[in-house]
Design a protein around this ligand. Structure first.
Ligand SMILES: Nc1ncnc2c1ncn2[C@@H]1O[C@H](COP(=O)(O)OP(=O)(O)OP(=O)(O)O)[C@@H](O)[C@H]1O
Ligand SMILES: [Mg+2]
Ligand SMILES: [Mg+2]
Length: 561
């Protein structure tokens, strides 16, 4: 152990591999926060399995009628606590069936086999924030088994074409309370250590999801966590926030068949990734030094202090939880046909929606499709992704319908709804702090607006002004034709040739760059012409077509190419 202190005590920037290691090979393992050189070595195969605890956002707690509200009440400790949550003698657990519905949704989405007869067990240990003296969990017969999640290169950005992660099981269990440690000065000036217990979180429902140890690199781990988080938010069973602890990820990591090391207390994605990098480097270092026989002989649990993984407990001190079936909770029996009913209420899953959006007729790019399918936690957002997706699909359909009805000869540009909704419209919502649900610019109006752009009755630039004006004033059913007329936004298609000539000549004299003109005429700097056209677009506020400017400049300058 002393040896590790020598290697690691001075922190990240000096985390060096032993002198025995040949230069430029394992030295690459040095992980610094500033330049992240982390690299996996083929000789040292990484094997990882995840345990993810998810707090379910049901109305009530798992076995009592207290409100399930562990975050809003952060300044009001012990505000949502029933007699059962505080383990008063004589109280008994009553199962909250909403938890079962949420667990079924997750099990279904993860393609798991539901256990039609699962049971609850007691996991015994003593801690101040666990007043029952045990945690009710599902040890012997968990809720669901044998699920999977498939990661794909095209949508998840992993290195392989496809990588399947098997999910060993899903189990329902109780969360514990929270301990807050304080130090305060007592009357005789001694420092007193206090441990304050808040039971608001006690008995909040959790699902523990356990994957098989099938992750072999960091990209897979990162994309799995993101995908799982998006899924639980999409199913509306959890806020999925790592920062609040609504989703907690424990990582098990081993190299070349050495025993697994479990990493706990990782508060966010960067801690998870940094801790894995550190731990991999630490274990490789031990193997390289030939100390693995003693140092990696048994599994242990380690924490993360922001710089290093630190030992919490080893196998020798492993707790005997004395698991026992809970005598107060009967077997949870589910109807054999429950999955048929469930399939009717499960929404389309994110991957299915992504696939739909990336194909005909939408043909969205992955990054745009993700904007429409990635569920944020919903705080401080001007829209939920569900609302945005519905708005996009409705606008798209109406726009297409309008163009087809008008028997439009011009090829339908299906990119228009995406560009205008995902960029301009969302930008305006944010700028104006206007919630989508309060916005009066309906999808039908948007479709009408898009046909104006499509038919070139409105230039892009004028379109932006018009859209912003309508949204800023939150107009109900704006009359576009009238607004275009009032604000003089219609494109100038029939401009007098002499007028255009004089406009172009003014631009040339203002630019006043003989070298530029010479290079344009000779063809040496063809792009220079685009610059001049740009000046024209700016002056005319986009209302005169660029082609007209280009032709006029070419004629005036006598450009032959
Ligand atoms: N050789 C290994 N290398 C890396 N991970 C492993 C290895 N063997 C098992 N694992 C992972 O260890 C985890 C074991 O989780 P499980 O909940 O079954 O047990 P536990 O960690 O002992 O229990 P607890 O829930 O009390 O932490 C799984 O994610 C599994 O994939
Ligand atoms: Mg574990
Ligand atoms: Mg576990």
């Amino acid at each position: 152990m002393l040896r590790f202190q020598r290697f690691y005590a001075s922190g990240w920037s000096k985390t060096a591999i032993s002198a025995k290691t040949s230069a430029n090979t394992y030295n690459d393992l040095i992980v610094t926060k500033s330049h992240n050189k982390f690299k996996l070595f083929p000789k040292y195969k990484l094997k990882c399995g995840l345990e993810i605890h998810t707090q379910l956002n049901t109305d009530k707690k798992l076995f009592s009628l207290s409100t399930n509200d562990p975050f809003q009440s952060i300044n009001k400790p012990n505000n949502h606590v029933s007699y059962f949550d505080s383990a008063l003698p004589g109280t008994q657990p009553v199962l909250n069936t909403q938890v079962i519905l949420y667990a079924l949704k997750l099990a279904y989405a993860l393609k798991s086999d539901i256990n039609h007869e699962s049971t609850f067990d007691r996991k015994h240990y003593f801690y101040g924030d666990q007043p029952l003296g045990y945690q009710i969990t599902q040890h012997y017969s968990p809720f669901a088994k044998n699920g999977c999640m498939v990661l794909r290169r095209t949508i998840d950005g992993i290195n392989e074409e496809e990588h399947k992660i098997n999910i060993i099981q899903l189990q329902i269990e109780q969360d514990t309370g929270k301990s807050n440690y304080l130090e305060q000065q007592s009357y005789n000036d001694d420092i007193q250590s206090l441990s304050l217990i808040d039971l608001n979180r006690s008995n909040v429902p959790l699902i523990e999801m356990v994957t098989a140890p099938e992750f072999t690199d960091l990209k897979q781990i990162r994309s799995f966590i993101k995908k799982y988080q998006n899924l639980i938010r999409h199913l509306k069973i959890s806020t999925g926030d790592l920062e609040t602890g609504a989703m907690r990820v424990d990582v098990n990591i081993s190299i070349n068949n050495y025993p697994r090391i479990e990493l706990k207390n990782l508060p966010n994605t960067s801690s998870i990734i940094n801790a894995i990098q550190y731990e991999y480097s630490r274990q490789v270092n031990i193997i390289e030094n030939g100390d693995a026989f003693t140092e990696l002989a048994s599994s242990e649990t380690r924490g993360w202090n922001g710089m290093q993984t630190v030992k919490l407990r080893s196998k020798e001190t492993i707790i005997d939880y004395r698991y026992l079936p809970d005598s107060e909770l009967p077997v949870l029996r589910l109807d054999p046909l429950i999955m048929d009913d469930l399939s009717k209420i499960i929404p389309e899953l994110p991957d299915e929606i992504l696939e739909k959006l990336m194909n005909e007729p939408y043909n969205l790019a992955l990054k745009d499709a993700k904007i429409l399918t990635t569920n944020s936690n919903g705080h401080d957002e001007m829209y939920t992704h569900e609302q945005l997706l519905t708005y996009y699909l409705a606008t798209f359909d109406k726009y297409r319908e309008m163009l087809l009805q008008k028997n439009n000869k011009k090829k339908v540009d299906y990119k228009l709804p995406t560009n205008w909704i995902l960029h301009d419209f969302l930008g305006n919502l944010n700028k104006l702090q206007l919630k989508l649900e309060d916005c009066n610019f309906t999808s039908t109006k948007f479709a009408e607006f898009l046909t104006l752009i499509h038919n070139e009755s409105l230039s892009k630039k004028s379109g932006k002004l018009l859209l912003f004006y309508c949204m800023e004033n939150n107009l109900k059913d704006p009359n576009f034709q009238k607004l275009i007329k009032d604000f003089d936004l219609s494109p100038i298609s029939e401009i007098d040739e002499a007028e255009l000539d004089s406009l172009c000549k003014t631009i040339l004299s203002e630019v006043d760059d003989a070298e530029l003109v010479k290079n344009i005429v000779s063809g040496k700097r063809k792009n220079g012409l685009k610059f001049l056209v740009g000046q024209g677009m700016r002056l005319s506020q986009g209302r005169i077509k660029p082609q007209l400017f280009e032709n006029t400049f070419k004629r005036i300058l006598n450009v032959k190419w």
